[in-house]
Design a protein around this ligand. Structure first.
Ligand SMILES: Nc1nc2c(ncn2[C@@H]2O[C@H](COP(=O)(O)O)[C@@H](O)[C@H]2O)c(=O)[nH]1
Ligand SMILES: [Zn+2]
Length: 252
């Protein structure tokens, strides 16, 4: 076997909560997935919020995600190595568990909806490529290593995750931590060519976006967004953050 997927036992799902050293994915020799050639019809369809996410095999979803990074100009913006992008996507895929809901297809579904909204709302003309990169990457990573049981369960069952994060959004903290565990592997670091200062901005931004996906914070975040929406200013950082963190149209 060229690479190792995580070895979480079924009994430990929900209780197992971290990528301890013996469970880390070995990234160095990730194979590339069979190239899926995208037709122009698929490329156009992918931009629509009505895109049907159920029709695609895992390698096709990987190619579609890869295409989004190229098409949005993110590979260029972050000076990404295209091979590292492929390896990173494979690591991400391997870090989603085979849950009925919070699985790799859910990752693809949420990311495609964001991609559809970027095109529908012409967000490329309104926010920077840098911010688009954070948004898309946060979508890809937002449920990494989800154990299949929600925060209420984690907290009530006093799982390792709840203990680690003091009952504060244990799942979302874990998803963000796994995201940066993956990026800490040079072979999978799609942001390895940015400056240290930009990497810090990426880290702060992605963590904030993933933490904002805790449904317990939904009302608070939506209120902020509603407060700003009537006099929305695309040059106001606080307004941009309020729209970026209001995930309700995406994650359902
Ligand atoms: N059909 C299912 N829907 C679910 C499940 N767990 C959560 N949800 C819904 O999805 C969104 C997003 O949840 P998130 O955990 O990905 O942030 C949320 O609005 C829930 O209503 C599920 O197991 N099955
Ligand atoms: Zn989700």
């Amino acid at each position: 076997m060229l690479y190792e997927t995580k070895k979480f036992s079924t009994e430990s799902i929900g209780r197992q909560s971290s990528l301890s050293d013996d469970k880390k994915i070995v990234y160095a020799h990730m194979p590339t997935y069979p190239k899926y050639i995208l037709s122009q019809e698929t490329i156009d369809y992918l931009k629509k919020p009505t895109f049907d996410i159920w029709h695609w095999e895992p390698n096709e979803m990987l190619s579609l995600l890869e295409h989004m990074y190229h098409e949005l100009g993110l590979v260029h913006e972050f000076n990404m190595n295209p091979v590292t992008l492929k390896r990173w996507l494979l690591c991400v895929q391997a870090s989603y568990r085979n849950n009925p809901f919070h699985n790799f297809r859910h990752c693809f579904c949420v990311t495609q909806m964001m991609y559809g909204m970027i095109h529908l709302c012409n967000l490329q003309e309104k926010i920077s490529k840098f911010d688009l990169g954070l948004l898309i990457t946060a979508c890809v990573c937002h449920d990494l290593d989800h154990p299949g049981y929600n925060n209420a369960y984690q907290i009530n069952a006093k799982t390792e995750l709840a203990i680690r994060y003091n009952d504060q959004s244990p799942l979302e903290n874990h998803h963000a931590a796994v995201c940066f565990q993956i990026l800490s592997q040079p072979e999978c670091n799609i942001f390895s060519n940015v400056s240290e200062a930009d990497f810090l901005r990426i880290r702060v931004g992605i963590i904030a976006l993933i933490l904002a996906t805790d449904m317990a914070r939904h009302a608070e975040i939506l209120e902020k967004f509603k407060h700003n929406v009537d006099q929305f200013d695309w040059n106001n950082d606080e307004h941009i953050t309020s729209v970026e963190t209001s995930k309700y149209p995406l994650d359902s």
